[in-house]
Design a protein around this ligand. Structure first.
Ligand code: ADP
Ligand code: ADP
Ligand code: MG
Length: 626
């Protein structure tokens, strides 16, 4: 076994890999961009090397800087994590050319599966059932349109080089096809530098089922059963589980055999995932499940497989990269119980899931579930990288037990002042259709309004907040609160009082206030948590003018370079504080720029499609009260 490993990644994945390395006595080396010099993954590692400025293209995606960092640090091996360069054959080659051990599949296998069209061809040749579709060299509009008609509407146009749920477009009829094709090509060229596309029949109400495979350099190849990643939003995974609900022995055998055939066809070594799409209208059937793509790396959702098989997949990656054979043969890998994972992100479901960035002053994650986190209280969640705070993974003997425990865990998440999707996740996990296993990839979209909206705080919470505010104002005689005046020290307050929750007035019943509640003093307001959401209570209404002054002159600029994908307001429009003015897409994320206070939109200098620079002023809000 090698003695040291550099992880060419950040956040929870780097920390996850370090954990196994530490257990095995392997020295850990982190890399960091300027935005991450104090990040949790840097603190975790034995050593860290700075690789470049904050933009990923100049740091985590820079092959020369990463290889130089590995050589400089003396690390013997390089683990790419997932995302970033994990599926870039040129990175694997550069690492190997520098005389270092690459913890991943061969560059040839990465390349073979890297483009979806050539991967499909290879899989067809290997006898793997592939989603009905079309791929080829002649990408003329006429050829593609004929192929689409032959497949039958609706079809998906997919960027051959696509990934991360990007570059996929559904088309429902021939009339829409030319424009959709042109748009997909443009997007593919801009995002992946390659405008080639393929077609697939769009499976209606499908499920995403994938199989974990593992190969070694001695011809060993096993699968570790399936995961179900059907709960997605915009084709990106949100909740994953293992095994798949409703899976039968017959279908499992078929899909796992297909995954092994796919891996064998490219002499796969290391951890990989073969993704399938299933038409599950009549339940899972072995003749209605097709190869979609192979991800030649460890997957974000690998912990659910670890939980049901007892295997540490990162340990296996290390062992295989060091030339050891697979630790277990197929007949010794068994499924045990059920595991469900939720991706906790710093984002605001109520506002179209825009990222919530800044310093995470308060973070409390529940106990009793596995937590793979990328940040700790006090850390920054910046705009440069993805907004994953942590993954929560629950295991239980049954699906019911695992789901319930994960729902409870999500509902117990506390963050401030950043917002998260914790409440949204808890509501997904509590949904009766989800609990019954009645899921397809449109599950979230179909229930979006109800899942994305946090319910109002309960009466009990409002009362607890009011009682706490009363107690505070009684203590703080120097600053008596107008609204809570009348409460006397030592006399428990009674009756109904008015409090402000997130700026809106509510009435609280102090007669039923509980003795104790978990709360956070957030300077001026008290924050209480319920169902995964934070509610900020104050004894008096928000000071709108103070807010305006604090938010500067109302000019709103791009926090990072990116492309403008939406401008939901017009010049002269009246907006309220928090309204989204401009949406910028950068990395795989959309960033909503919001109005700092109530006012009127002025100087709107950007439009959909613009590329904007970091710090570029895009729009201004003029307060009418100033
Ligand atoms: P999966 O199917 O495993 O979710 P994705 O391709 O969506 O695979 O990406 C895996 C993860 O890698 C993402 O969730 C994200 O955390 C990270 N990632 C991917 N691409 C980038 C990128 N360009 N910049 C930052 N992080 C990325
Ligand atoms: P990516 O590389 O972006 O992960 P995939 O080909 O894996 O692209 O597809 C991403 C998601 O898009 C799938 O998980 C599924 O939800 C949806 N999808 C892909 N292909 C199809 C299809 N043929 N029919 C219906 N949905 C599909
Ligand atoms: Mg995929």
């Amino acid at each position: 076994m090698f003695r040291s490993v550099l992880v060419a990644n950040r956040g929870e994945i780097a920390r996850r890999i370090f954990r196994t390395a530490r257990r095995l006595g392997i020295e850990t080396v982190a890399v960091a961009s300027d935005a991450d010099l104090e990040a949790a993954h840097v603190r975790d590692a034995d050593r860290a090397v700075r690789i470049g400025p904050a933009p990923a293209a100049e740091s985590y995606l820079s092959i020369p800087d990463l290889v130089a960092a590995a050589l400089e640090s003396g690390a013997e091996a390089v683990h790419p994590g997932y995302g970033f360069l994990s599926e870039t054959a040129a990175f694997a080659e550069a690492v190997q050319a520098a005389g270092l051990i690459w913890i991943g599949p061969s560059p040839a296998a990465i390349r073979a599966m890297g483009l979806k069209d050539s991967a499909r061809e290879r899989m067809i040749a290997a006898g793997v059932p592939v989603t009905p579709g079309w791929q080829g060299d002649d990408g003329s509009e006429a050829t593609l349109l004929t192929a689409a008609r032959d497949l039958g509407w609706p079809v998906l146009i997919k960027a051959a080089a696509g990934g991360g749920g990007r570059g996929i477009r559904r088309v429902d009829n021939g009339a829409d096809f030319p424009a959709a094709l042109a748009a997909c090509r443009r997007e593919a060229q801009a995002a992946f530098g390659d405008d080639r596309v393929l077609l697939e029949r769009c499976i209606e109400a499908p499920r995403h089922i994938e199989v974990q495979v593992f190969g070694d350099a001695h011809g060993g190849l096993v699968h570790l059963f399936e995961r179900d990643c059907t709960l997605q939003r915009r084709r990106q995974k949100v909740i994953e589980e293992a095994p798949a609900p409703g899976m039968t022995a017959e279908v499992r055998e078929a899909v796992c055999a297909a995954a092994l055939a796919a891996a064998r066809a490219v002499d796969y070594v290391g951890a990989g995932t073969v993704e399938f799409i299933a038409d599950a209208r009549d339940g899972l059937r072995s003749d209605r499940i097709w190869f979609m793509e192979m991800n030649t790396r460890l997957q974000v959702e690998h912990p659910v497989t670890e939980a049901v098989t007892g295997v540490d997949l990162v340990e296996w990656q290390f062992r295989v990269a060091a030339g050891e054979p697979l630790p277990l043969s197929q007949d010794r890998i068994a499924l045990n119980g059920w595991a469900v994972e939720a991706r906790l992100c710093a984002e605001i479901p109520e506002r179209g899931f825009i990222p919530s960035t800044g310093r995470l002053e308060h973070l409390a994650l529940p106990e009793g579930v596995r937590i793979d986190s990328g940040v700790e209280a006090g850390d920054e969640v910046g705009p440069h990288y993805d907004s994953l705070i942590a993954k929560l993974i629950a295991w239980a003997p049954t699906r019911e037990g695992a789901t319930e425990s994960l729902a409870e865990a999500c509902a117990g998440v506390e963050t401030w002042p950043l917002k998260t999707n914790a409440g949204f996740l808890a509501r997904c996990l509590d949904d009766s259709d989800f609990l019954a296993g009645r899921i397809d990839t449109g599950f979230i979209e179909a229930r979006l309004a109800q899942l994305a909206t946090a319910p109002a705080p309960s009466q009990a919470l409002v009362s607890a907040a009011a009682a706490a505010l009363a107690a505070l104002s009684a203590e703080d005689a120097s600053a008596p609160s107008r609204d809570l005046a009348g409460f006397r020290l030592n006399a428990p307050p009674r009756g109904r009082v008015r409090v402000w929750c997130d700026g809106e007035p509510l009435w609280a019943d102090l007669d039923s206030a509980p003795d104790e509640a978990d709360l956070l003093d957030a300077g001026g307001s008290l924050v209480l948590f319920e169902g995964g959401s934070a509610f900020a209570f104050a004894a008096s209404p928000p000071d709108r003018e103070g807010g305006a002054a604090a938010a500067g002159d109302g000019s709103v600029s791009a926090p990072l370079p990116g492309k403008v994908v939406a401008v939901p307001v017009a010049e002269g429009a009246r907006v309220a504080r928090g309204d989204v003015l401009v949406v910028i897409e950068a990395m795989k994320m959309e960033h909503g720029l919001i109005a700092p206070f109530d006012g009127v939109v002025e100087g709107l200098s950007t439009a959909v499609g613009d590329q904007v620079r970091e710090g570029e002023a895009l729009v201004r809000v003029r307060s009418e009260t100033q």
